[in-house]
Design a protein. Structure first.
Length: 322
């Protein structure tokens, strides 16, 4: 019996006991509700907002007993709330992600850029355990990037995830047939072998997304030449120290130093450090993790990669997947 099943069984037994005693009411599915501001530390009239981007980047909703918005919806809500608060003078994005889908990564990048254009306040990235591929892509939207010495970053590139179940189906005596309007309509199907021509088509799409990634890095790291970026963007990962030496990040620094840098860029000496939370979340300092959020490589252990490829169809990813 898995953890979730044991939890449901325990809650069911608790409900039975309560019903027998006639004394309790349980609401297991209370919605998360809108975000609320909570102060973590600091003094002053101005605020530095600490936001968390943790886990595999995806537009999929988060499963659980308490419904949670997906990463795109969550960040959009956070930035919308922040855009209406003139006391917020800077934002620190705590990034802890191996990346995710190409589209979701690009949408988050766009939303951060749009927020900066609207509010015109500094946004500083603080890379935690992992800020690779799509996680690094997001950091390109910020004004400065601080990385821990032991952070893993880089992995600039694109990977296409697909499956091929043809051999398995043959073993069990199952045959899949597709009736299509054209010979390429079912390209990438998990039920047959990919042809050389189809591989070339997929490669052209991957190359397009890769060039988009390079352009984003070029905009975010203007001190690097296009040739330098291309040499660095072969998919390899970097430690924090290596990334600093290569010019992929601005400096080595811990989260509290990223907050101080944000205050300096905002031109304020004192500020209240605040964050947003939903019902059921608990945060009492700058290292508190968002409730239910996977982080870094540990989130890969919990993500259903087959769901990311939508039941077998190819999915393009800005993702470090060792």
């Amino acid at each position: 019996m898995g953890k979730i099943q044991r939890m449901y069984l325990s809650l069911a037994l608790l409900g039975i006991v309560g019903l027998q005693q006639g004394c309790i009411t349980i609401n297991l599915l209370e919605p998360a509700g809108p975000v609320q501001e909570v102060q973590l530390t600091g003094t002053g009239d101005g605020k530095v907002l600490l936001l968390d981007l943790s886990g595999v980047i995806s537009s999929q909703d988060k499963d659980g007993l308490i419904p949670q918005p997906n990463m795109l919806a969550s960040l959009k809500e956070d930035l919308t709330k922040a855009s209406k608060d003139e006391k917020i003078k800077a934002v620190v994005l705590r990034i802890n992600s191996p990346g995710g889908t190409v589209n979701a990564s690009d949408i988050l990048y766009h939303e951060i850029k749009a927020f900066k254009a609207s509010r015109k306040i500094p946004v500083v990235a603080s890379m935690m355990d992992v800020a690779a591929s799509g996680g690094y892509y997001l950091a390109m939207a910020t004004d400065a990037i601080l990385v821990h010495p032991s952070t893993v970053t880089g992995s600039i590139g694109v990977i296409m995830l697909t499956v091929n179940a043809k051999g398995l189906l043959e073993k069990v005596g199952v045959e899949a047939n597709a009736i299509t309007s054209g010979p390429r309509k079912d390209m990438g199907s998990p039920f047959r072998t990919m042809t050389a021509e189809e591989r070339a088509i997929f490669q052209s799409v991957i190359d397009s997304f890769y060039h988009r990634f390079l352009a984003v890095v070029q905009e975010g790291r203007p001190q690097l030449s296009a040739d330098q970026i291309r040499k660095l963007a072969d998919g390899r990962i970097y430690s924090g120290e290596q990334a600093k030496a290569a010019g992929l990040v601005d400096d080595i620094g811990y989260l509290d130093e990223a907050i101080e840098l944000a205050k300096k860029k905002a031109g304020i000496a004192e500020a209240r450090i605040v964050t947003y939370r939903r019902h059921g979340e608990y945060q009492n300092n700058i290292y508190s993790r968002m409730f239910g959020a996977g982080s870094g490589l540990s989130s890969l252990a919990n993500v259903d990669l087959l769901s990311l490829v939508r039941g077998g169809s190819p999915q393009f990813m800005y993702l470090w997947m060792p």
